[in-house]
Design a protein around this ligand. Sequence first.
Ligand code: PEP
Ligand code: MN
Length: 339
Amino acid sequence: MIIVMGAGASKQQIENVIEKVHSFGLRTHPIYGVQKTVIGIVGDDKTRVVEKMQGMPGVEDIIPILQPYKFAGREAHPENTVLEVGGARIGGDAVVVIAGPCAVESESQLLETARSVKKAGADILRGGAFKPRTSPYSFQGLGEEGLKYLAEARDETGLPIITEVTDPRNVELVSRYADILQVGARNMQNFALLTEVGMSGHPVMLKRGLSSTIKDLLLAAEYVIIEGNRDIVLCERGITTFETYTRNTLDLSAVAVIKQLSHLPVIADPAHATGRNNLVEPMALAAIAAGADGVMVEVHNDPDSALCDGPQSLTLAQFDSLMDKVRAIAGVVGRKMEP
Ligand code: PEP
Ligand code: MN
């Protein structure tokens, strides 16, 4: 259920309405828009009691929300959400490019890659310090040491940083360094982690699970939002299908579908979707053409010696050339890019 406050509703009237809803034992999620304030109400069937509030001063309308993802959906929030993170704007007119190594391996590897992607025009630097690996024997990441190198790379290049948090107990630690917390595909339905990143109030990028539907993804976002954190970016990173040629199958239609269903920005990750370096560029360009708000790609200063995901990582030169094409496609579909 949402209560739409009239354009002229006063602060006091909004507060009175919120107080009244709380008196029914329900939680509120106000969205303060430029024109109007919308108060979202969560609960179960009990939310119908708020229908009685139709006559309260300042209330314009009371509308049931039919979409199951109450706050991630466009019903409650028709305008696109735009996140401002360390100088980058995600979900606005410009296409955003997130680039960097799969894993932070050393100070020199990260800094060399960071300088190069910055020079080529990347907006955000990525790098995993806590790596969720299929095998427990694979490189697991440098942990806090890796976070320190990321912070150093941000200081030097000015690029905001995104890195994955895999454990609710590390959310506070990772939040001390990262500008955006990444929740990986394998953790998309780790509800304890979603609640914790929600409570952190830090911007979050939520990656679609390998076998998750679009609805599952939007409901996972809902777990973050109901903790009061609306700074969420969704990421299509490929799903499991019967196809074996590529690592996963990039579900490009999901990009267009999510843009229709939700106000949250959508990023595509063609690296994890395809697992192949020579497919990253065509799928990145296709994702932007399909309406993605940006792409995330893996870039390494020496992919052949990468400790993680070398086969899907772009060389520094390949990334440079990708950027030129991303700019061209962005222009064709009416998106500009930050200079
Ligand atoms: C990553 O982006 O580093 C990653 C591990 O991706 P995913 O969770 O999509 O597999
Ligand atoms: Mn990777």
